[in-house]
Design a protein around this ligand. Structure first.
Ligand SMILES: [Zn+2]
Length: 170
C-alpha cells in the first residue's frame, strides 16, 4: 500500500486488529521512506452485482424481478411460495458468494433455470422456452430430452417433491 504522504510503495504493517464485531480489520502502517504512520481499514464488500444485459446496459440486481420470473414461469403450477422464497435466497447467496461486481443476465438466467429444474419441470420448460427464445418444436424436444437425461443421472439430487407431469409446454 502506497504511503499517502510521500507516495512511496514501501509501507509496513505494524499492527492489525479485528474490531469487536469481527467484520473489519484496522491496520497501523509505517512508511519506510518518510517514517509517517497511518491507519487503514479492511472490510468485506457484500454488494449484489449489477446485471449486464445482452445489449450491454446494466441494472441493479432486483429480488422483485427475480420473483417475477419465478411467478411467471410457475403460473398455475402447484408450487408453494416458500419454495420460491428459498430458491431466491439460494440464488442471492450464490451470487454474493461469487463476489463479482457484475453478472451477465445470461448467467443469472441459467441459475434461475437450475432452480426451476429442481422445482417444477413444466415451469422449467416454460422459462427455458422464453429465455432461450425457442424457435421451433425441436428446441422443446432438446430441452425435454436433456431434462430426462439429468433426471436419470441425478436421482440423489432430486429435491423434496417431484412433479410427475409430463413435460408439456403450453
Ligand atoms: Zn512516506
Amino acid at each position: 500500500m502506497k504511503c499517502p504522504f510521500c507516495g512511496a510503495d514501501d509501507t509496513q504493517v505494524i499492527d492489525s486488529r479485528v474490531n469487536e464485531e469481527g467484520n473489519s480489520i484496522r491496520r497501523r502502517r509505517r512508511c519506510a521512506a518518510c517514517d509517517k504512520r497511518f491507519t487503514t481499514y479492511e472490510t468485506a464488500e457484500l454488494h449484489l452485482p449489477q446485471v449486464v444485459k445482452q445489449n450491454g446496459s446494466r441494472e441493479e440486481f432486483s429480488r422483485d424481478k427475480l420473483r417475477l420470473s419465478f411467478t411467471r414461469a410457475l403460473h398455475k403450477r402447484p408450487v408453494p411460495t416458500e419454495y420460491v422464497d428459498r430458491a431466491i435466497e439460494h440464488i442471492v447467496q450464490k451470487i454474493l458468494g461469487q463476489g463479482e461486481r457484475e453478472i451477465m443476465a445470461r448467467s443469472l438466467g441459467e441459475i434461475v433455470m437450475q432452480e426451476l429444474r429442481l422445482m417444477d419441470k413444466v415451469a422449467y420448460i416454460r422459462f427455458a422456452s422464453v429465455y432461450r427464445s425457442f424457435q421451433d418444436v425441436d428446441d422443446f424436444h432438446d430441452v425435454i430430452r436433456d431434462l430426462d437425461k439429468r433426471e436419470q443421472e441425478n436421482h440423489a439430487e432430486t429435491p423434496q417433491r417431484r412433479s410427475t407431469d409430463k413435460a408439456q409446454a403450453d
